[in-house]
Design a protein around this ligand. Structure first.
Ligand code: TYD
Length: 212
């Protein structure tokens, strides 16, 4: 007889939010909780998540904020996502695993689509042509932009090309994510990230557990 984890349907969960929103911590906590409950979990991230996409990540997140035009940047993010989907996400979902990704296509809709000129129609067209998949559930960690920015820069990871754009940019991103939740209400849940980590973890679990 096959084990329950082999007969369960794969689930694709994404986390979104502005830089420094605490989503990466929440991704790891959810991974631990789901693993403890007996699910096989694949934790991944964007940009990156497969060897080829990690190579593209380095081109994107390091260096001068003005390095790429918005259009070139969109193509690089889409190329990275396509590789991530082919090599990492789809194979795991086929095996019935839970895939948790720290960012996915919604980040492109907001970062490239809504904040760098109005590239959203181009973002949507490329998504339709090259990606064509939405998550089963998207957790948006909502966070005060000033607090998030202070946190993000304090990390000093060297991957601060986007954080370099400053507070007005972070505010526009936050508004974009909140609007996105209205655009895709069936899969998006907004969670208030301005609370202790454990409180946010509980809220995430309340959103995820009924859907498994
Ligand atoms: P990430 O590693 O998630 O950074 P952080 O941990 O600070 O949230 O993502 C790197 C940066 O790339 C981040 O500033 C968001 C940006 N980004 C886009 O602009 N478009 C995208 O499609 C993705 C996935 C990320």
């Amino acid at each position: 007889m096959s084990s329950p984890s082999n007969t369960q349907r794969g689930q694709f969960i994404t986390f979104e939010g502005i830089d420094g929103s605490g989503k990466s911590t929440q991704v790891r906590s959810l991974e631990a909780r789901l693993s403890a409950s007996g699910r096989t979990v694949l934790r991944t991230r964007e940009p990156g998540g497969s060897p080829g996409a990690e190579d593209i990540r380095r081109l994107l997140v390091e260096g001068d904020p003005e390095k790429w035009s918005p259009e070139t940047e969109l193509l690089l993010f889409t190329a990275a996502r396509r590789d991530h989907l082919e090599k990492t996400i789809e194979p795991a979902l086929t095996k019935g695993e839970v895939v948790i990704s720290d960012r996915f296509a919604d980040s492109t809709r907001i970062y490239q689509g809504a904040t760098r000129g109005d590239l959203r129609p181009m973002v949507d067209e490329l998504h339709r042509l090259m990606i064509g998949r939405e998550p089963d559930l998207t957790i948006i960690i909502d966070m005060d932009p000033q607090a998030a920015l202070t946190r993000g820069l304090a990390r000093g990871s060297g991957e601060d090309r986007f954080e370099d754009f400053g507070l007005p940019f972070q505010k526009a991103l936050r508004d974009g994510f909140l609007k996105l939740a209205q655009e895709f209400p069936e899969r998006c849940v907004i969670i208030d990230g301005n609370h202790p980590v454990e409180t946010v973890e509980e809220a995430v679990w309340r959103a995820v557990s009924p859907r498994l």
